[in-house]
Design a protein around this ligand. Structure first.
Ligand code: FNR
Length: 388
């Protein structure tokens, strides 16, 4: 039994475990298959050392920064995660208010248990909207338009989920999909399957696994006109998928789920407005690399043309510091927000964000970095660096 108050975000994990039904705790905490990547996301941070500089004036620390033109109090955003009502009855409304109190950005998951409109009307945090592209393109386009109309400032396209990863805890628990408020009245899927988790069935029925960087010939092979026109040498093309998304909105588009320089280059060429280096909190492909271990590869490929953000395993202010030193503009926090929400509702999320901000502040003070821009590559040493 833990009687004392939590002093760091890891303490919230245990509080959440005590509070939540096992099925929900496992859904939040778990990763794909053997959870190798889940452990690596944390451990890879531990292999990076900080090179503190002393005798720098750190009497004033300024953690504020700007993401896509939005001023925030610290480079720590709320990652899009599904189903906040499973943690706390107010769901995403509580999370959004905590993000507003922390003066940071909340990224609302498409699979939220409060709607785009409800979250918009209950708080004045800067909000981004996370999207998957459905087989039913019209539904994705509709969600984007609702987000834009209700004041969300960017679309985050999650690219690492053509299908749902194998989360074995969810399979064993027969985890059911949390009610997806945004899809109410738009899509009805029969999830009465005994194969795997209901979540997996749901995702695989709805998500468009054909999404790609490529321009593809149209696939209406059953169409008479298609044969007729192609026999005349006229070929139709789907607009490239990212361009299609671009055509539905004037909002900036971030791609979440990039882990290689190859894809980073394609994202820049594709004209997106930002990249989130992410392995989906180790819930998709086990043995995908720890995000912090591939951050620099992505940053080098992007060459400063667009912002690069990172999520996965950020649990300490020093983790935020390391990510910034390796070239990220900001980080996103997934599970700690859910654990804070489960343990103590809105106040728990506020505390989680405050703890990380306080830890970042002291890390900056103790390493001689009064401002975010003062955190440079020379402030960390990775395993691949030679001793200077
Ligand atoms: C997620 N994540 C996620 N990502 C996304 O783009 N859309 C989503 O709906 C969800 N849902 C979701 C649910 C749960 C329970 C978790 C834990 C994660 C991934 C999330 O945005 C982020 O990439 C990771 O959570 C970051 O890793 P940490 O901070 O949890 O280690």
């Amino acid at each position: 039994k833990m009687s004392s108050e939590p002093v760091n975000v890891n303490d919230f994990k245990e509080l959440a475990r005590l509070k939540l039904p096992k099925m929900y705790y496992d859904f939040y905490a778990g990763g794909a298959e053997d959870e190798h990547t889940l452990r690596e996301n944390i451990q890879a941070f531990c292999r990076i050392m900080i090179r503190p500089r002393v005798l720098v004036d750190v009497s004033q620390i300024d953690m504020s920064t700007t993401i896509l033109g939005h001023r925030i109090s610290a480079p720590i955003l709320v990652a899009p995660t599904a189903g906040h009502k499973l943690a706390f009855h107010e769901g995403e409304l509580a999370t959004a208010r905590a993000a507003a109190a922390a003066k940071t950005i909340m990224i609302l998951s498409y699979s939220s248990t409060c709607s785009i409109e409800e979250v918009a009307s209950s708080c004045n945090a800067v909000r981004f909207f996370q999207l998957y592209i459905f087989k039913r393109r019209d539904i994705s386009a509709l969600l984007v338009q609702r987000a834009e109309r209700f004041g969300y400032k960017a679309i985050v396209l999650t690219a690492d989920t053509p299908r749902l990863g194998r989360r074995e805890a969810d399979i064993k628990n027969k985890m059911i999909a949390p009610p997806m408020k945004n899809l109410e009245g738009l899509m009805s899927i029969d999830v009465n399957s005994d194969q795997g988790s209901k979540l997996e069935t749901y995702a695989n029925e709805t998500l468009d696994a054909s999404l790609s960087w490529e321009v593809c010939p149209i696939s209406c092979s059953d169409s008479f006109y298609f044969y007729f026109l192609s026999s005349l040498g006229i070929i139709f093309y789907h607009p490239q998928d990212i361009m299609w998304l671009r055509s539905t909105t004037s909002l900036p588009i971030l791609i979440k789920g990039i882990l290689t320089h190859e894809d980073a280059t394609k994202a820049v060429e594709g004209g997106v407005d930002g990249i989130i280096v992410s392995n989906h909190g180790a819930r998709q492909l086990d043995f995908a690399p720890a995000t912090i271990s591939v951050l620099e590869e992505v940053v080098h490929a992007v060459k400063g043309k667009i912002p690069v953000l990172l999520d996965g395993g950020v649990r300490r202010g020093t983790d935020v510091f390391k990510a910034l030193a390796l070239g990220a503009q900001a980080v996103l926090i997934g599970r700690p927000v859910l654990f804070g929400l489960a343990a103590k509702g809105e106040g728990g999320v506020r505390t989680v964000l405050e703890m990380l901000k306080n830890e970042l502040e002291i890390s900056m003070a103790l390493s001689g970095c009064p401002c975010i821009k003062d955190i440079t590559r020379s402030h960390v040493r990775t395993q691949h660096d030679k001793l200077p």
